[in-house]
Each structure stands twice: as C-alpha cells, then as structure tokens.
Design a protein around this ligand. Structure first.
Ligand code: ADP
Ligand code: MG
Length: 373
C-alpha cells in the first residue's frame, strides 16, 4: 500500500458511555448511546459545557472512561492507548509547530516512532501531495495561508493512517469568512478520503453545513440524532428547537409545539381575526438581504421566554406588504407546520429506574430520539 493511500473507514459505536470527572459531581457525559456510520461526517453539536469534547477525547483515548464502551468496527477500543486505536485528532487552529516546515510537521509523529528521516519525509511529502500542498512542503506555518495550514494539519493527522478523524472545534479560531471556506474544504476532503469524521462544534450553522449526521447534546446527554434536515424539520424537544434556531415554541393544550419562523403566517390585525390566530405587536424589523426578520411580542402572554416570536418573510413578501415597528398583527400557522415537541432527554439520575436485565435497561434508557427523515 502506498503511504498516502487511505485505509478503510470505520464505524464507531458508543454504548452507555459515561464520564464523571469527580465523585459526587454530575456526569459530564451521562450514559450515551450512539452509532456513527462508516465513512460518514458526524457532528457533535451543543452549547458550551454539554460534554462534546469529553466525548471526543474518550473516543481518542485522551481521557479515561468512567463506564461504558467504545467500539471501532466491533473492536472494543475502550482501554487501548490512543496510538493503538485507529483514530487521529485535529486540534483547534491546527496546533502546528511554528518552527518546523510543513514536511517536518506532517512527519513529526513518525519521528517520535523512530522512523528514519528518508522514509518519514517520503511519506509526509506523499501526503502533502495528496492534499495539494506538495509545492509548499518546505514552508513553515507562518508562511502559509489559513487554508494551507489546515491542509498541513489534515496531512499530519492522516500520517498515522487513522480510520476515524476526530476534530475538536477546528474552525473556531478562524475569522468568519475563512471559517466558511475551510468548512467547505473539510467536507470535500472527507468525501474524497472516504474517512469517518467526528467533528465537535457549538455552531448549529457549521454542523448543518457539514454533517451527514448531527448529534445534538445537552447536559451530558444526547437530545437528538439525525440528518440536518430531519433535526431542523422535526426537532425532538424544546431544547433542540431553540438551540437550532429559526423556530418559535408555543404552548398548546396538546403540549409545546415548534413552528419554523419562515412558516408563520402574518396578517394585519384588522383583517384576520380568525379562530386560533394569536394577537401580536411588531417590535423589530431586521433587513437581512434575501429575507426580512420580524421580531414580535405576543399580546397578553406573561410566561417568561414564551412571549417573543419571530417571523421570517421573503424580501418580496415584505416589499409587497411591509410591516412597521409597533404594528398590531395576527399570527397563525398551518397544522402541518406544527411540530409537537417531546420532553427531551434526561440525565440518567432523573430517569426512571431501569428494569432488571442489562439489555432491557439499555433499550429502556436510550437517550437517542431518532426522527425519521
Ligand atoms: P464542551 O466541549 O461541550 O464544551 P466539555 O466536554 O469540555 O464540554 O465539558 C463538559 C463538562 O465537564 C463541563 O461541565 C466541564 O466543566 C467539565 N470538564 C471538562 N473537562 C474537565 C476536566 N478536565 N476536569 C473536570 N471537569 C471537566
Ligand atoms: Mg469543547
């Protein structure tokens, strides 16, 4: 096999995985179950502190596991050292050595393993060719653009021939423009290399742009797993609807529902007092180019956090019928656009006691709320 050839990608399976940093503290990762398809781009998504990096570090072998198992293609790697797992990590802002050339950065782990200079340089340069960086192999990171540095970081991670590439907020130190360029490039490399990528991010926009499968986490548990389309169109819980953005949450007799803000119907108060419509007042008008985003306050609703609603209108719709700050309106939606929200996942300490039998317990306790696309 050529040094630059990519090994077969692996499927990753996580079973009841738990991390508790100190006894008596809440689990940072709380009995999560997850299966990541071979050759897919998986994003772990959630707010700061929800357990994304802890999960990734346990998969990498950089953090010990309190309980549970991690399998790579049905091989239990839970207790293997990091270097023996078939995983590699790409860190935030690439963490390249500034004093080393691209070749020496890529070859670094081979040097640590005692591979001779000629051999490790050949393998490093083959990989740099593979990521279209062969002509810049002698440069140091400071002499490369952000995009070129990312390719060096990718080559450095690939030199160990991993079957799963782990990325922890790899784009978060970049400016917004470069971040969008770089994520397109990551996606392209993942498809071209055919590897399994697990990418941690707190940005729902980044996860939606990249992922085949999104895993939405909160407080150490998984709230929802699905394609970006499935998660956005069928949020499983109020947390997911709010975290993904672009949704309004309403209380109804049947429980809370979510309605996408581009599916809201808005009409002048005078002409639309139909049954079921909500009276509201326009509080913000924000021009966004293709769209105009209206902020509204529901009239007579006191419950904290539930009175603010948004409506996204196309620019054409807004120009045809502009709404002004302070205007009284009625809001409604089609029944088909209302998504009934479940209660959301609970940490294991708040879940009902598991029935006897490990298999039954696992099925009963699963935190994954899969939603069909
Ligand atoms: P995320 O990556 O989603 O922001 P982390 O996995 O880093 O979240 O953290 C999850 C929780 O575990 C947080 O409450 C954090 O404070 C805690 N935590 C993370 N690393 C450590 C550590 N080394 N020691 C103790 N607590 C930690
Ligand atoms: Mg983190």
């Amino acid at each position: 096999m050529n040094a630059a050839a990519t090994p077969e990608p692996a499927a990753v399976e996580i079973v009841a995985l738990t991390k508790r940093y100190a006894p008596g503290t809440p689990a940072a990762v709380d009995r999560i179950d997850l299966r990541i398809a071979s050759g897919s781009y998986c994003c772990l998504l959630g707010p700061s502190g929800c357990g994304k990096s802890t999960t990734l570090r346990m998969i990498a072998g950089h953090e010990s596991v309190s309980s549970g198992d991690i399998l790579l293609d049905n091989r239990n790697i839970t207790n293997l050292p990091a270097a023996a797992r078939g995983t590699a990590m790409m860190f935030q802002s690439f963490a390249l050595f500034p004093h080393l050339s691209a070749t020496d950065n890529v070859a670094f782990s081979l040097k640590m393993k005692g591979v001779g200079k000629a051999e490790r340089h050949k393998r490093a340069n083959d990989l740099l060719e593979r990521v279209a960086m062969g002509h810049l192999a002698a440069r140091k990171p400071g002499e490369l653009s952000g995009g070129q540095q990312q390719r060096v970081a990718l080559a450095r991670a690939l030199i160990t021939e991993p079957r799963v590439l782990l990325l922890d907020e790899p784009l978060s130190a970049l400016d917004p423009f470069l971040r969008i360029q770089m994520r397109a490039e990551l996606r392209r490399w993942q498809k071209e290399l055919g590897l399994t990528f697990i990418h941690v991010t707190h940005s729902q926009e980044e996860a939606m742009a990249l992922a085949d499968t999104m895993v939405v986490m909160n407080h150490g548990v998984i709230e929802q797993v699905g394609s970006p389309h499935a998660v956005y169109n069928h949020p499983a819980s109020e947390f997911v609807a709010r975290f993904m953005g672009g949704h309004n949450v309403f209380d109804t007799p049947a429980g809370p529902i979510a309605v996408r803000n581009d599916r809201m119907r808005i009409a002048a108060a005078a002409q639309a007092a139909t049954g079921g419509a909500l009276a509201a007042t326009v509080t913000d008008v924000e021009y966004q180019g293709t769209y105009v985003l209206l902020g509204l306050a529901l009239d007579g609703v006191a419950a904290a956090g539930r009175q603010n609603v948004s409506v996204l209108l196309s620019e054409a719709a807004f120009l045809a019928r502009p709404y002004a700050h302070g205007e009284a309106v009625h809001l409604s939606w089609a029944e088909a656009d209302a998504r009934v929200l479940g209660p959301g996942a609970k940490p294991s300490s708040e879940r009902a006691p598991a029935p006897a039998g490990a298999e039954a317990a696992r099925q009963d306790d699963t935190a994954v709320l899969a939603v069909p696309f």
